[in-house]
Each structure stands twice: as structure tokens, then as C-alpha cells.
Design a protein around this ligand. Sequence first.
Ligand code: COA
Length: 292
Amino acid sequence: MPNTLTTSYLKDSIFKPGLFEGKVAFITGGAGTICRVQAEALVLLGANVAIVGRSPEKTEKAAKEIQELRSGSKVLGLGNVDVREVKNVQQAVEKTVKELGKIDFVIAGAAGNFLSDFNHLSSRAFKTVIDIDLIGSYNTAKATFEQLRQNKGHIIFITATLHYYGLPMQSHASAAKAGVDALARSLAIELGPSGVRSNLIAPGPIENTEGFERLLPPDTIERALKNIPLQRTGTTQDIADTTVFLFSNASSYITGETIVVDGGQWQTGSTMSIAGLYPEVIVAQNEDKPKI
Ligand code: COA
């Protein structure tokens, strides 16, 4: 399955062309593998989009490529934006409103993760992931709120299923994503009366993504796949389709909810490869001098 969408999406998907005509989306992490395909689906279906990221080259290149998917579309690539700094995000929002007129849809997708056992996870490393995933999501909601309120918009947070159970090597990301879930649900309650929806998408193992490569070493993939009830990895299009459903009116009575897109993986318990090696691998790590 290719990692990007083409115009055949308009023919093959159940969604109608022009569904998002006149809408504008703001996507953090929009040059990354998952959020880029979310941007592509929205553009193909008529929206204009701003993608923001840390690397100017990667972000601008992705924006150019996405813009080519639909003639007449506008796709802004805003680099040098670190979601850990609310001012950075605010500036990106201002540029988006100036160039594209407004913001209706927001995806808080920027994230950072790696495998590390607790003993080797420094305090700075833990804080880094909390800062990117949780504070970054807050900053994205904060900086876009005025636009969301004005346009009765919708924010989708990208979360995970890591924290649904205790998972080794993921204390940092699990804590961050648990916070993101709580944030999104509180915002659904607070912003609902102003016409703003707040939902979450929790991707499972999505093939050809940075997360997949970082979290599932090649020698563990076969074993991990057996623990997915639908017996396949997810695709970026699976996430894009869920995004389109959520931003469309078909979900207009849904807020404060998480849609888990993982082939049923989390229901089978702690399926990460390391779980099969538990506890020996972790016990060995615990013997080292703690990294502070
Ligand atoms: N294991 C343990 N600690 C790690 C680590 C790993 N694999 N990778 C980074 N760290 C630690 C660093 O050692 C540092 O802590 P220290 O100074 O106490 O040693 C801390 O994390 C910050 O690292 P740094 O590289 O300075 O952070 P950064 O802000 O430049 O990058 C990351 C953030 C670490 C999350 C980086 O991996 C990143 O930019 N990721 C973005 C993309 C991504 O992760 N996508 C996957 C989504 S699933």
C-alpha cells in the first residue's frame, strides 16, 4: 500500500469530491507520515491546508507535493514551528489566517517517541516527550481556539493506545498520551457549548510510518502481527478515512470520543514485542546505573 494518496482516492473512497470545499485545516506534524496523508485526503476533498513542522525543507517540500493533488488548492508549508513554543504556533496560525482566510479544522499531530526503559530514560528525555506530545497539543488548541470558536470548528488530537495498559519501554509516551486524552475530553465539555468539537484518533501499528519503525524492531514484526485480530497492519489511508469521517457532518453529534484505528490490537492486551521477552529484558536494564 503506497504511503501517499493520489486522485484515485476520489474515485475509490466513499467520500464525495467537494466535501470540504471552502474549509481550511491547520495540521501540526503535517509533513510526517500519518498527518501528511490526513492533509492529502482533506485537500483532495476540497479543503485548503496549512501544515506546520520543525524542518522548513521537509515541510515546504511536502506542502508543494500535496498542493499538486488538486488544481486550485492552496497548501501552506510552515517550517521552524516547534509546538513546544506556543508563540511559534501562534505565528503559524496568524500566517494561515492571513494566507488562507480562516481555520475550521485542526489536527494536533506533532509527536515524539522512542523506546526506552525507565532506568535509561533521563528526566530530560521524559520531559521532552511530555513537552512535544502533551504541551504541544495544548499549545495547538490554545493558539487555534479563537479560529475554532469563530468558525464552530473541530480539533482532532492524535493519541495512542499505549496507556490503556502498562507497557514496558513507553512510560514517557504513555504518560503524555494519557494527558492528551484527558485534555481532549475536557475541551469537548468546555468548548461544546461554543459549537467546537474535540475528538481523538488513536492509531495502532500503521505500516511505513516513523512510529512503526521506531517502536517495532524488524525482528519482532511477525510476532506482533499475529496479535492483531484483523491480521494486518494499518495504512495511513485508514487514518485519513477516519479523519474525513470525523471532520464531516456524518459525525456531527460526536465529541469527546476516541476512535481507535488498530485492527483490534489493544484489545489483545500488551502485544508489543518486548512483552514476549518480559521480564528478563527489563530486569537486565534495571541493573545499570540510573540515567538521571
Ligand atoms: N532513548 C533514551 N533517551 C533518548 C532517546 C532514546 N532513544 N532519544 C532521545 N533521548 C533523550 C536524549 O538523550 C535527551 O536526554 P538527555 O539530554 O538527558 O540525554 C532527550 O531525550 C532529548 O533529546 P533531544 O535529541 O535533545 O530532543 P529533540 O527535541 O531534539 O528531539 C525526540 C525529540 C527525542 C523525541 C526526537 O526523537 C524527535 O524529534 N522525534 C520526532 C519524530 C518522532 O519521534 N516520531 C515518532 C512518533 S511515534
